[in-house]
Write a protein that binds this ligand. Sequence first.
Ligand code: GAR
Length: 189
Amino acid sequence: MKRIAIFASGNGTNAERIMAYFSTNNAVEIRLVLTNNPNAGVLQRAKKFGVATLIFTREELYKSDKVVDTLLNKEIDLVVLAGFLWLVPSSILKQFPDRIINIHPALLPKYGGKGMFGHHVHEAVIANKEKQSGITIHYVNEHYDEGNIIFQATCDISNGDTSDSLASKIHKLEYAHFPVVIEKLISAN
Ligand code: GAR
């Protein structure tokens, strides 16, 4: 049995797709959903799937062992960031080397870094008149969006696209690929 923890700060539609995808797989358990945001939609989505949740503060994440200890106690094999907006502290990186992955809604190394999340990414891509965007799934290190790339997929941007329409193209790519990439990674290790 492989155990996954998902970190999300917001709505959690990717987290929901991942929980749904693995709900019929006896070899993989989504064991915990963690968030820094007590109002995050992801909490209701986790409840729907009967997945345990943990809400933590900035202080608890960066100045205590509460989060890392919970991950260790729950024997987590893979940590998945799905719309999680804070840096992962080194205490967690050290315990989970090459076992923390993130999804980013653009083709890294472009359009990454601090402040580049959600609609900010899509607005920058549209403003620069890019012809393509896409998704990047990558390992997490101590810098925003800089770890080794595991997978990318692209979509075309048409003239009439707005940041909202691009966001929905990107979400479709994320839903199609993220659970499958997670499954491949977790069954290879
Ligand atoms: C996703 O598009 C994800 O790629 C992005 O936040 C969205 C979360 O949506 N992540 C980042 O921008 C990280 N820098 P969701 O809460 O509906 O899954």
